[in-house]
Design a protein around this ligand. Sequence first.
Ligand SMILES: [Zn+2]
Length: 346
Amino acid sequence: MSTPASDAPRSPLPPATATTAAESLASGDDRRTQGLTIGVDVGGTKVAAGVVDGAGTVLHAVRRPTPGHSAPEVADTIAAVVAELTADYEVWAVGIGAAGWIDAERSRVVFAPNLAWRDEPLRDEVAARVGLPVVVENDANAMAWAEYRFGAGRGRRDLVCLTVGTGIGGGLILGGELYRGAFGIGAEAGHMRVVPGGHPCGCGNEGCWEQYASGRALVRLARQIAADDPAAATAMLEASGGDVDGLTGPDVTEAARKGDPAAIRCLMEVGHWLGEGMASLAALLDPDRYVIGGGVSDAGDLLLAPARERFLEAVPGRGHRPVAEVVIAELGSQAGLVGAADLARI
Ligand SMILES: [Zn+2]
């Protein structure tokens, strides 16, 4: 693993009373808070990057479209946003949060269902272009870390963070540490199987949790209602401009906020499945808080109320045990880059 401590040039030891900025940064505790790092959040459609200080504050952010299906082009785009930011800010490391499975060395993207990466040495490709220490993290892990350090999970040592977007991104903080798993690809909670023989999933299995508790599930339910009973889907179709195939998750949320019963029902079903999976995770992990982020969480209690209800109905030992709180994430769309920037400090 490449860290600033090992890569930074070391000068001969000065007198015991003197300290330099470089030495300060070489000490673990100070690295956690001092100086600036860049976080880059690479998703299927956009690359968002920002200069972040040790308190998690984004000083300056830029965004570009993710280029097509070429791995070198993605590395070039990351290098370009880093160059844009380092023109105005002195930074000492870069953290990349990527929508893919990352190896335990925080170096290679093993597999990315929605991007061009297949065993891609992303850390070294970017480091060669930018001349700074680079680490690569899974994007959902980066978001979980940001919520733990600076957001809705502050002060909690055992935390499950679920990013409910197109699928479900999972991130675990256990005992105050980010849990990555033996091969770096742990916490892929969206691929826990909840319905044997259920809907097929991009991971190769059927019945994965993210096929039932995600934006994709929300859209599938809404389109089904629109196909079966267009009158019942009037409000959702109004939000989508009348196009059944163009119905999106935000269209459903917008209609639900206006009180549309069919849209509310779709969110209730997705929330129900969310709570179902959270109950299974409680059996395994016993977290003290679930933090729910991602685009679908914009629906707020329209999603969380049925999720909490089902969670409390399904949690093992219900009525005889303390149960975790379920809260909405606080850092919004910047969580990924803030978390990646902070993880570059570790
Ligand atoms: Zn799956």
